[in-house]
Design a protein around this ligand. Structure first.
Ligand code: SAM
Ligand code: SF4
Ligand code: SF4
Length: 342
């Protein structure tokens, strides 16, 4: 293994944003077919998922992650597709957990978490985010389009808690007309649990979910609906550039967050870079194309060459898609979320 170049400093892009977060998609496959992410009509039986030979190995991911850590990355999130479908994911966690100064997290649909939470924690995972779009079976099914019971995800959250991964962040994508009636029940369920429920505005990621603005419920409306029953007050972010806006229940029963990617773009503080399953780097969730890191890895490049590739890429970055969307000037061709990683 090459040694890590010690001089790599924090990089900033053309808009002065540092590189802090790396999201690594470890599989493009999923056992759910969420209508807003992998609709069955597009991701059917014959969908050409990546062949095994084309996905980055754990050793390659580890090597790249160490180089990014030397560039100032402090947070790594494993995602997908469904990351818990990747065979041996806990071994990858154990490798990444060795990198000093990195907070290691994972986002999952929760369906396989009950059986894996302990192994993930033991391997060194710091935190977990679980996606859950409703508590009643009918609405949950309408959102994910598969026959997994809600109880399976709740068991996953309980197992994560027992394993020491609490508080768990619970992500609910809100699609107006499909699951927005489930907001209050979700808020009520997680109040007082210690977990942090976060409501995400339905986004126009990829080109297959048929996104329409009238299916977005603005976060302001989510807060108003909850506030009417359980009074809320805004609280300060934990750190500069935090994506979720935080609110707490006035009665002291915990906090929630809203992620307003559509109605209040947060590009100006976006410090995230994404690594796809097959090793392409994307400087924005809405990028039209990626930058081929795997080719470099496979051609025997040194750490220094990879370093300079990353430096060029980040210092040239000017992405601000969500701001462009607000002004009606956004590009139309985009990468699918299940491939690039959420
Ligand atoms: N399969 C895992 C899961 O669902 O948690 C990880 C990958 S998923 C792509 C990551 C996150 O993106 C999930 O919380 C999911 O709800 C969110 N997501 C996917 N499509 C979205 C969309 N169109 N708008 C907003 N959030 C979306
Ligand atoms: Fe799968 Fe996650 Fe996409 Fe749902 S949001 S289809 S669980 S990758
Ligand atoms: Fe970051 Fe792109 Fe999202 Fe803006 S649109 S917050 S630049 S990922």
């Amino acid at each position: 293994m090459n040694t890590i170049v010690p001089f790599a400093a924090t990089l900033t892009d053309r808009r002065g944003r540092p590189l802090r977060d790396l999201r690594i998609s470890i599989t493009d496959r999923c056992n759910f077919r969420c209508v807003y992410c992998m609709p069955k009509a597009v991701f059917g039986r014959d969908y050409p998922f990546l062949p095994k030979a084309e996905i980055l190995s754990f050793e390659e991911i580890f090597r790249v992650a160490r180089i990014f850590a030397a560039h100032g990355v402090t947070k790594i999130r494993l995602t997908g597709g469904e990351p818990l479908l990747r065979h041996g994911v806990e071994d990858l966690v154990a490798m990444l957990a060795q990198i000093p100064g990195i907070e290691l997290t994972l986002t999952t649909n929760g369906s396989l978490l009950a059986g894996k939470a302990r192994a993930l924690r033991d391997a060194g995972l710091d935190r977990v985010t679980v996606s859950l779009d409703a508590l009643d079976e009918e609405t949950f099914h309408k959102m994910n389009d598969v026959d997994v019971p809600v109880s399976r995800v709740l068991e996953g959250i309980a197992a994560a808690t027992d394993a020491g991964l609490a508080p768990v962040k619970v992500n609910m994508v809100v699609k107006r007309g499909t699951n927005d009636h489930a907001i209050l029940a979700m808020a009520d369920h997680f109040r007082g649990s210690g977990h942090i429920l976060r409501f995400i505005e339905y986004m126009d990621v990829g080109s297959s979910n048929g996104w329409r603005m009238n299916e977005v419920l603005p976060s302001g409306d989510v807060i108003a609906r909850i506030h009417e029953h359980f009074p809320l007050e805004a609280i300060d972010p934990n750190y500069n550039g935090e994506v979720a806006q935080r609110w707490r229940y006035r009665d002291g029963s915990g906090e929630i967050g809203v992620i307003s990617s559509v109605t209040q773009a947060f590009c100006s503080t976006c410090t995230r870079l994404r690594l796809s399953t097959e090793g392409k780097l994307y400087t924005c969730l809405f990028a039209e194309s990626g930058h081929d890191l795997r080719a470099l890895l496979h051609s025997g490049s040194s750490d220094e060459e990879i370093n300079s590739f990353i430096t060029k890429l980040w210092t040239a970055r000017g992405d601000h898609y969500s701001e462009l969307r607000s002004s009606g000037n956004a590009p139309l061709k985009k990468i699918e979320m299940s491939y690039i990683g959420g």
